[in-house]
Design a protein around this ligand. Structure first.
Ligand code: HEC
Ligand code: HEC
Length: 283
């Protein structure tokens, strides 16, 4: 056994103190190295990595962000500044995990190195020239509010009714072609939302029910095994026990939004689509 008094001996204590003083700076240095940011792998990427990133992008991302990254169901990524992303680590996280509560899913398959290559390619897109707007957004106030009556179903900056999706930031979410198509052929698009619990769901599914009080058409707000909630065109919410319904139809591919080809000329559709592209919220 080691005699206890060895630990209280003054020489030993002094020795311990000296050891601590010498060892401390080394330990502190090591800790600071661990927490200091490592440079992003994108900084040292060559063209080969960017090209590999482009190939992966076409497989995993192009169906929403376009073959050239100029958008579609997802936003154009040809922007120097992204909304959800400040630094490269956040870009990596958005690509691997998606953005909760939006139509942006996380990707499955690519390993970390490949994810960085995709991120590198996305960054290279931000250095390309941005999409030019064909129309004149200033002309569209009258088109939107008066002739279009869009306020009846959409909210922009707190104005309007929320039957359809809020449009305050629609210019960040979609590209020009998609918005043009929303106006000319609303049945063609189904805005999606990803949800951790239920995966990708159609956020604006039109449903038609015949219930105890008659027929109602509206948008599905919620649905489970036993009940369904529907928002009608006036904005009122109706809730039904499914077993009380005489008929319950999901109208995939049928939008509540009217098509506007007979209301607007092609130039006016361009003006309005350019206006929608300019709606980028205040983030
Ligand atoms: C199912 C469609 C879909 C797929 C597939 C998809 N995205 Fe997205 N992505 C979206 C949508 C929609 C948004 C906009 C989310 C929002 O803000 O509402 C988005 C947003 C983003 C953003 C954020 C943009 C910003 O301004 O902050 C990045 C970056 C991005 N996506 C990259 C990718 C990459 C890289 C891939 C492939 C690995 C990918 N996405 C696959 C639909 C998709
Ligand atoms: C009767 C209600 C109604 C009216 C009026 C209406 N919309 Fe819509 N809109 C909707 C619904 C519902 C959706 C959801 C997707 C779908 O069903 O097509 C939608 C979708 C959209 C989208 C796609 C949004 C996204 O994120 O994908 C855009 C853009 C849009 N509307 C713009 C307009 C504009 C501009 C007008 C006026 C010219 C207008 N809407 C008039 C109901 C309406």
């Amino acid at each position: 056994m080691i005699p206890l008094d060895r630990f209280t001996s003054p020489t030993l204590m002094a020795g311990l103190m000296i050891l601590l003083v010498i060892a401390f700076p080394a330990w502190a240095l090591e800790a600071s190295q661990v927490s200091s940011p490592t440079p992003s792998p994108i900084a040292s990427m060559g063209q080969q990595d960017i090209d590999a990133g482009q190939r992966l992008f076409r497989i995993h991302c192009a169906r929403c962000h376009g073959m050239l990254g100029d958008g579609g169901e997802g936003p154009s990524l040809k922007r120097a500044r992204l909304v959800h992303v400040d630094d490269d680590d956040e870009l990596f996280a958005v690509i691997s995990e998606g953005i909760r509560g939006t139509g942006m899913p996380g990707v499955f398959g690519p390993n970390d190195q490949e994810l960085w290559q995709i991120a590198g390619y996305v960054r290279s897109l931000g250095r390309l020239p941005v999409e030019e707007m064909p129309g004149n957004p200033e002309r569209s106030a009258d088109l939107y509010a008066t002739r279009g009556g869009c306020n009846a179903c959409h909210i922009v900056n707190g104005d309007g009714k929320g039957v359809g999706p809020e449009l305050t930031e629609v210019g960040l979410r979609r590209n020009l072609e998609y918005l043009r198509r929303s106006l000319t052929n609303p049945d063609a698009d189904y805005p999606m939302r990803t949800d951790r619990m239920s995966g990708r769901i159609n956020a604006f599914l039109t449903v038609q029910v015949v219930g105890p009080t008659g027929e109602i058409e509206g948008m599905r707000v919620n649905e489970d095994e036993f009940s369904v909630q529907i928002r009608d065109l006036a904005g009122s919410i109706h809730s039904f026990d499914k077993h009380t319904l005489r008929s319950f139809k999901k109208a995939f591919g049928h939008s509540l939004m009217p098509g506007y080809t007979t209301v607007f000329s092609a130039d006016e559709v361009d003006d309005l689509a350019s206006y929608l592209m300019s709606l980028k919220g205040s983030r």
